[in-house]
Ligand binder design. Structure first.
Ligand SMILES: Nc1ncnc2c1ncn2[C@@H]1O[C@H](COP(=O)(O)OP(=O)(O)OP(=O)(O)O)[C@@H](O)[C@H]1O
Ligand SMILES: [Ca+2]
Length: 849
């Protein structure tokens, strides 16, 4: 498509009049510009760069996207006769507009849409200087003084501060400056200690959370530079980069869609709209910070860092880490309650003692009545009353458990630090304590219990088993070429062959990588296979469908549809297979053979994927872009090409970790999207299931059975489920809901976008740090940085230690407080003196856990 600079005004032409705004340093669209032109302004690097322009531009762009259809339609609907004709033209132009727009932009940004920008450092540096880097200034957290100021604002401490002041005054008054300050001074010192320690602990926590957020934001992503996929930090992204988007990713910068299939974006973080927004040629603008809810695509980065709306938002908010955990809230309540009780008791004692004093019921050390009306001097009375008040103050001080809230804060901070050291990134402090009471863990299989390092170890192609699996010598060329075509085109992965003859680099999801590298060993030339046909439509793999497909048109105009997905499901849609002579044969008699092969592999814990294809009439392929985008690829009447068994070994350490859980009374359940047989085999391998266990329903269950149950039955079944296979994302959610209803405290681990609802619903959601998608992490309370199930167990352990520590401290604190209170009250009423004074009790109260 050439640059249509000479096309002149065209009716209904989308406002793709991209003009490079030299002042703003980026491209903008002129809304009511009827001329469609892509002007060629100076290159992107001789442009000055201003900050707010991108947002303006973005807004204008959004409007522009609306203009693409709405306003134009109004202008031209007046002439009804020509309407149909124009609509046709419009549709055609719209289809091309995207290409023009992206081409124009990529031209301006000196980006190759297929290969990305070059890997040359100076080029990247130039881009960074011209457009900024993809970072934004952090808003500073609260200062230490702020924490200090907040630390004393607590009812128990206020009571103590007042008591300290009263005690100081009374003490000095009765015993003189030299000895009278002891009581008041020691209370003040205890209060001071509590305030400082609380502030220091809170401050450290806030700094820690800030660092965590920093770490969380530093997302690693794969981008295309110089024709190869490379892994970079999100902060290293520059304008002009080509970034592939997959389900679950976060849009890393502002940009425009280059190409995509079924791409749905969750823009709720920016717009508050919970509906997913479909992105295609008509709405190609991608906003930084939003999440990919479904589909795949490729974007061209046009704005980074502070020049995006997301960047501005991030720079203007500071994460609030001041939330109190439920345990903190509860214990604060307890402390306040005890404080109030102490206050009430002290007041009653005060009243009783004063009444007894004035009614002549008290005696001094010599056994004389203290107060005789008309005889006792005023100064004597004042002295005696001060003594009584001192007793009351001491009772208050003794009763207030000022160390209690502090104990929780410190224990939580301690556990959190320990969890961090054990590779668990705590996003919500409350998760630390909730984790301690978890009664069950629902874990997914792939990546958590297994290593997620997949290799094809068995393969059936044509009618026979390949032994070794990458021996293609006995394969008929029809099978080989169909396989090559299907695998190369039907993938979200990539194969890069370095020019120097080094090892090929394969990127993509672990499953994709395994299949691609298998195909490479079978002799597939990725680039060649891809160039022999063009992709018409893609149905990206997702966990609901458990298969992914692609429609391609060969250079000789033949159309083929390739599918790849969960083996037994794809096999069900197959009616034919290719035999050893390259002939398509009906599958009927052989179906059992293939079924047996799948069961066999699954029983040996292999993940099975089937590859199949079918031919399609060129005539029945949707003609225009719009209906092509909505084309539902036929899934039936397939020809089976191959079934592969992929090994994904159990993590070392998982078996022990599961054992620890079981011994600690935490039930481990496996919920996986994989084949039930594979799931069972892995469950046996890592000790979730014992060979002696009953492996029938409902212990081992398929997702489809569970989802059909009534709500009540689900609750019954859920308790017994140990392994759930072939589950849909929603099944996991149903299980968590059922378990919670049954009274369990549920922890869920997950990595995929499909796990997000369950992670959110769980009492504690744990997302995987390496394989986990951004969506999963966003919905989790804790991120397991090394993806290892053993780390999950460590989190449980530290969570429990929070409870154990606090329990011990409460026992200690309450014993001291209640005992001291009772002794002092009884003694003060009976003898008019307190045996335990503030110095004694305060010093024990600030004993720190
Ligand atoms: N890229 C892919 N292309 C085609 N089929 C795939 C692909 N990835 C996985 N599969 C098939 O889909 C099945 C289930 O995938 P799904 O995403 O639901 O589970 P998972 O998330 O990988 O597993 P788990 O739930 O244990 O983490 C797999 O058993 C496999 O057969
Ligand atoms: Ca998963």
């Amino acid at each position: 498509m050439s640059t249509p600079s000479s096309n002149g005004p065209l009716p209904g032409l989308p406002a793709s009049g991209l003009k490079h705004d030299v002042e703003a340093g980026r491209c903008s669209t002129k809304e009511d510009d009827d001329e469609d032109r892509v002007s060629s302004p100076p290159g992107p690097f001789d442009i000055t760069h201003t900050k707010n322009a991108s947002i303006e531009t973005l807004k204008r762009w959004r409007q522009a996207a609306l203009v693409l259809n709405a306003s134009r339609r109004f202008r031209y609907t007046l002439d009804l006769r020509k309407e149909e004709d124009k609509e046709k033209r419009r549709r055609m132009i719209r289809a091309h507009a995207q290409v023009i727009r992206v081409k124009g932009l990529s031209h301006l940004l000196k980006t190759n849409l297929e290969r990305g920008i070059s890997e040359d450092e100076t080029d990247i540096l130039k881009r960074r200087n011209a457009f900024g880097s993809n970072t934004y200034p952090q808003k500073k957290g609260r200062s230490f003084l702020r924490f200090l100021w907040e630390a004393w604002q607590d009812l128990t401490l206020i009571i103590l501060i007042v008591a300290a002041a009263a005690s100081l005054v009374l003490g000095i008054k009765t015993e003189g400056i030299k000895e009278g300050w002891y009581d008041g001074g020691s209370i003040a010192f205890a209060v001071f200690l509590v305030i400082v320690v609380t502030a220091v602990s809170d401050y450290r926590q806030s700094v820690q959370f800030q660092n965590l957020n920093e770490e969380k934001r530093n997302i690693q992503l794969e981008i295309m530079r110089g024709g190869r996929m490379i892994k970079v930090s999100i902060h290293d992204l520059v304008v002009g980069d080509i970034v592939p988007l997959n389900t679950g990713d976060q849009v890393p910068a502002d940009g425009i869609l280059v190409s995509g299939h079924s791409l749905a974006i969750d823009e709720s973080s920016m717009t508050g709209e919970s509906e997913y927004v479909h992105k295609d040629q008509k709405a190609p603008f991608l906003i930084s910070g939003c999440k990919v809810a479904d589909g795949v695509g490729t974007m061209l980065v046009t704005g980074v860092g502070i020049n995006t709306e997301w960047g501005l938002l991030m720079a203007s908010i500071s994460e609030d880490t001041g939330e109190e955990t439920p345990l903190q809230v509860r214990l604060n309540g307890v402390a306040t309650f005890i404080g109030i009780v102490g206050l009430a008791v002290a007041l009653s004692v005060l009243v009783i003692l004063v009444v007894r004093y004035f009614t002549g019921n008290t005696e001094d050390a010599n056994g004389n009545v203290q107060f005789i009306k008309g005889r006792t001097s005023i100064s004597h009375v004042v002295d005696d009353i001060i003594k009584i008040v001192t007793i009351a103050v001491t009772i208050v001080v003794v009763a207030v458990p000022e160390g209690l809230p502090l104990a929780v804060t410190l224990t939580l901070a301690y556990s959190m630090r320990k969890m961090m050291a054990d590779k668990a990134l705590v996003r919500r402090l409350s998760a630390c304590e909730t984790m301690g009471s978890a009664t069950t863990i629902c874990s997914d299989k792939t990546g958590t219990l297994t290593l997620n390092q997949m290799t094809v170890v068995e393969a059936y192609a044509g009618q026979k088993k390949l032994d070794p699996p990458n021996d293609s010598s006995k394969l008929h060329e029809v099978v080989t070429s169909l396989l090559h075509e299907g695998i190369a085109q039907n993938t979200q992965g990539n194969v890069f062959v370095p020019k120097g003859g080094e090892d090929v680099e394969i990127s993509g999801s672990p499953t994709e990588k395994a299949i691609l590298s298998w195909a490479v060993k079978l002799g597939m030339k990725f680039d060649v296979s891809r160039s022999e046909s063009t992709v018409l439509h893609v149905v990206p793999f997702n966990s609901c469908k458990k298969r992914g497909g692609v429609a391609i048109k060969r250079n000789n105009s033949e159309v083929f549809i390739h599918w790849k997905g969960a083996a037994e499901l794809v096999l069900d849609s197959c009616t034919r297979y290719v035999d050893s002579n390259g002939q398509f044969q009906p599958i009927d008699e052989e179906k059992d053979f293939f079924k047996q092969a799948i069961d066999d592999m699954a029983a040996r814990s292999l993940r099975c994927v089937a590859i199949a294809c079918r031919q399609h009439d060129l005539d029945s392929v949707p003609a225009d872009e719009e209906s092509l985008d909505k084309w539902v690829l036929p899934e039936d009447d397939l020809v089976l090409l191959a079934i592969v068994g992929i090994k994904d070994p159990c993590r070392p350490g998982v078996k022990d970790a599961v054992k620890v859980c079981i011994e600690a009374g935490v039930k481990v359940r496996m919920v996986t999207g994989d084949n039930i047989q594979t799931a069972k085999a892995i469950a046996l391998e890592c000790g979730i299931l014992h060979p002696s266990d009953d492996a029938s329903e409902p212990n081992v269950i398929e997702g489809c059975v569970f989802r059909e149950l009534s709500e009540k039955d689900r609750e019954q079944y859920a308790k017994k489920i140990t392994v759930m296979g072939r589950s849909l994302p929603n099944d996991k959610l149903l299980l968590v809901q059922a378990l919670r209803k049954g009274g369990d405290v549920v922890a869920v681990t997950g990595d995929g976008t499909n796990d997000a609802p369950a992670l959110h619903e769980a009492d504690i959601g744990l997302a995987m740090g390496i394989q986990g998608t951004e969506v999963a992490k966003e919905n989790a309370d804790i991120i397991i940085l090394d993806d290892d199930f053993a780390s999950v167990v460590k989190v449980v352990r530290w969570g429990r230690s929070v409870y154990a520590n606090i329990q011990k401290f409460i026992q200690f604190q309450l014993t001291v407080n209640v005992a001291a209170l009772v002794i002092n009250v009884v003694a003060s009423i009976s003898s008019g003196a307190v045996p335990l004074n503030a110095v004694q009790v305060c010093s024990s109260a600030v004993y720190l856990p």
